[in-house]
Design a protein around this ligand. Structure first.
Ligand code: ATP
Ligand code: MG
Length: 390
């Protein structure tokens, strides 16, 4: 997921996007100048804890945020069009569904309880595929089968309440796909479902992606499923993408202390008999301006500059970027925690391919001043580039 450099033009290019909500006269900085590129055909996962801004971000791509929120800066380029300039609902209808479609966490927010599911899918087919009547109906049957709903002729006439949660989510996927979108956004589509159904829904999404050549953006706070659904990852923290990279880079060469913490809390890394790793503290209150690195207060080994200046985005490779002072060549070298080294050994079990490495370069050439101050606890910091890890 290159930020700037790529042989292929990004399909979606988000630059320095800022979004604020106003609530009882107070301003909440939900997106604090975020940048991200998505290539055509890419499957991107956005991970981050609750409240980090994942939904606000994808809603911004579809003009779906609550009316007390607005974009205050930056751009979202999609086929050369800046989506931040779209104002009216009519403008957004050119994008929503037919270009960018979304599957939300709760299928009932997308389905009309008073209309049969056949009617609702057919509506999308007729609007976006230009076919009507029997031909449209036949496509609805095909779609129902594709998302794993058997006996479509009978199911066509049923209402959402006659379907289970997992079945309803299949219907929502069928509606989204019927719109023939280029980008499919899935905002925690399996969170409310049990594990077996989750796996089935993920499988269907994968098949739909292949069959309809979709570019997908998949939101989750479960890093464990990411390797199954994505080839690149954006790690979100306090309204910012703090690290972006290929699955490989994020799992095997993570650079941001928050990414380290997220990975360390993977249940797969738990040691039998020991408590699971948890990230202590809470994210900053976004009603106040965040100074420095937003993760500094929860980082067990912060640098002094983390409390003073927000780090720039550093380029590690064409696909790997991190917003952390640790990536600055002048920063003291810091080994990732033990858990992360364990992950390299257990990585195969998570379905991620082999390790990759890169060397950090500040993206903007921004001067950090002096950042050589060591971690406050005086911890020995050395970052050995491990040549043999396979
Ligand atoms: N309409 C609103 N008015 C005020 N603040 C809002 C509004 N909608 C969202 N927020 C705030 O924006 C921030 C980002 O919320 P968002 O829903 O994007 O989080 P998230 O990462 O999707 O979390 P979750 O994993 O729980 O879905 C939060 O602090 C949230 O409280
Ligand atoms: Mg959300």
């Amino acid at each position: 997921m290159p930020q700037e450099t790529s042989t292929q033009e990004p399909l979606l290019s988000v630059r320095n996007l800022q979004f604020e909500f106003t609530l009882r006269g107070q301003v909440l900085h939900a997106l604090r100048g975020i940048s991200l590129s998505v290539r055509k055909g890419e499957s991107l996962a956005i991970v981050g804890e609750s409240g980090s801004g994942k939904s606000v971000f994808v809603n911004t791509l579809m003009g779906l945020n609550a009316p007390n929120g607005h974009i205050t800066g930056g751009s979202i380029l999609y086929h050369g069009q800046d989506l931040t300039k779209l104002k009216s609902n009519e403008d957004w209808l050119q994008i929503r569904g037919g270009k960018i479609a979304m599957v939300m966490q709760d299928p009932m927010t997308s389905l009309n309880p008073l209309k049969t599911i056949g009617y609702q899918i057919q509506e999308a087919v007729e609007l976006h595929q230009g076919v009507h009547g029997e031909e449209a109906k036949k496509r609805v049957f095909d779609l129902l089968r594709e998302v794993g709903i058997s006996d479509p002729e009978r199911r066509y006439h049923q209402y959402p309440h006659e379907f289970s949660g997992g079945m309803r989510q299949r219907v929502v996927i069928a509606i989204a796909v019927a719109c023939r979108p280029e980008i499919l956004i899935c905002d925690e589509p399996t969170t409310a479902l049990d594990v077996t159904i989750q796996a089935q829904i993920l499988g269907i999404l994968k098949q739909m992606k292949e069959k309809y050549s979709l570019t997908t953006i998949y939101i989750t706070h479960d890093l464990g499923v990411v390797a199954n659904v994505a080839d690149s990852i954006a790690v979100m923290y306090a309204g910012d993408f703090v690290e972006t990279g290929s699955c490989n880079e994020i799992f095997y060469d993570p650079r941001h202390p928050y990414t380290w913490a997220l990975l360390s809390s993977l249940p797969q890394l738990g040691i039998k008999g020991q408590d699971l790793y948890t990230i202590v503290g809470t994210p900053p209150n976004l009603f106040y301006e965040v100074h420095g690195d937003a993760f500094a207060a929860r980082n067990p080994h912060p640098l002094k500059i983390d409390f003073v200046r927000r780090p720039p985005m550093y380029r590690i490779t064409d696909t790997h970027y991190v917003r952390s002072w640790l990536a600055d060549p002048r920063a003291p070298k810091m080994d990732p925690p033990e858990h992360i080294r364990m992950l390299r050994e257990k990585g195969i079990a998570l379905g991620v391919a082999g390790p990759e490495y890169g060397t950090a370069v500040p993206e903007s050439g921004e001067d950090a001043g002096s950042i050589s101050s060591a971690a406050p606890d005086g911890r020995a910091v050395s970052c050995k580039k491990e040549a043999s890890h396979d």
